[in-house]
Design a protein around this ligand. Structure first.
Ligand SMILES: Nc1nc2c(ncn2[C@@H]2O[C@H](COP(=O)(O)OP(=O)(O)O)[C@@H](O)[C@H]2O)c(=O)[nH]1
Ligand SMILES: [Mg+2]
Ligand SMILES: [Zn+2]
Length: 294
């Protein structure tokens, strides 16, 4: 059998998978019965020609993001992500419920979450000051940026420089604009991937990993990268509110749902103002939206 070489999965193409091996990209198929390969995976490849090969093995993952697919199954979206940048903006409006949901998913998937408030050129952030402070008090890093006016981008580049990251957030908040500001030659790179591998065009639905000029990698996924609450349990949702974590074992009943339950430490803490009542109420809303709740 051919020698195995380590590579990095850059993108899914129409006819195979683009794998980067010491700076050049080759087109790979996968060994039969190999589980689904995700962008960001470290893989072992056997080369069949200078620009083609086969993925024989997926190396252990640090993290894995899934999205639901048909038949209640899930599909991997991206692997080995260290940080999820949750992008939001006051235009059209701030959806804190969605932000909490993303933070809860990150908390459960062992991925750091960072907040990015974009479009600071448009409005001042006075009316959401309290919410922003709450997130920062919980230890979440916050970047205030404008992709359009190139504000805060240098700081963002520094933050991105040591990790594999992904942007997520509502449509229209400026994820694509930020990505373009961070990767000025993105289109060129995308075409290069398709050309070097010769086969098939780079489809618009494909997630792609880009090396950032200043260091770090950004996985760009067209559309929404992280999907709802589909794969969280109620317990995981509560755990996803990190300020609840030390309280969860103080609830009187170990199957406490943290709603109207007697002796609930979480509700009590919210009522006393020890944790944010707004966050607690958003937790209740999300809980109701969960497929499992009844
Ligand atoms: N004023 C302003 N508009 C922005 C900024 N960033 C993005 N936009 C605009 O917001 C809209 C949505 O941006 P886009 O990057 O497509 O958002 P995405 O859906 O999250 O990828 C576009 O019309 C952008 O020009 C910004 O920093 N300031
Ligand atoms: Mg976009
Ligand atoms: Zn409780």
């Amino acid at each position: 059998m051919a020698e195995l070489i380590e590579g990095l999965v850059i993108s899914h193409l129409g006819q195979g998978i683009a794998v980067e091996i010491s700076g050049s990209i080759i087109l790979c198929q996968t060994r039969r019965k190999l589980e689904t390969v995700a962008v960001g995976d470290q893989v072992m490849v056997s080369k069949s020609s200078p620009d083609q090969g086969r993925i024989e093995e997926i190396l252990p993952r640090r993290s894995l993001l899934l999205r639901p697919s048909r038949n209640k199954k899930t599909r991997p979206v991206a692997a080995n992500i260290d940080r999820i940048y949750v992008v939001f903006a006051t235009e059209p409006h701030c959806d804190f419920l969605l932000i909490d949901q993303y933070l809860a998913i990150c908390e459960n998937r062992n991925i750091d979450a960072v907040l990015v408030l974009n479009k600071i050129d448009l409005t001042n952030t006075e009316n959401i000051k309290a919410e922003l402070q709450q997130y920062q008090d919980l230890g979440y890093e916050l970047h205030k940026v404008s992709a359009a006016k190139n504000r805060g981008i240098t700081e963002l580049k520094i933050a991105l420089s040591k990790h594999i990251s992904i942007f997520t957030g509502q449509s229209g908040v400026g994820k694509s604009s930020l990505t373009n500001a961070l990767i000025p030659d993105k289109q060129l790179k995308t075409n290069t991937v398709s050309e070097t591998t010769k086969h098939g065009r780079h489809t618009t639905t494909a997630a792609t990993l880009y090396h950032l000029p200043e260091g770090g990698d950004l996985i760009d996924t067209p559309g929404v990268a992280i999907f709802g609450l589909a794969d969280l349990t109620e317990q995981q949702l509560a755990w996803g509110y990190r300020e609840f974590q030390p309280l969860l074992e103080q609830c009187q009943f170990n199957n406490c749902r943290h709603t109207k339950d007697k002796g609930c430490a979480v509700r009590t803490a919210a009522e006393k103002g020890e944790i944010s009542m707004q966050r607690y109420q958003r937790y209740l809303k999300l809980r109701e939206k969960m497929p499992s709740s009844n």
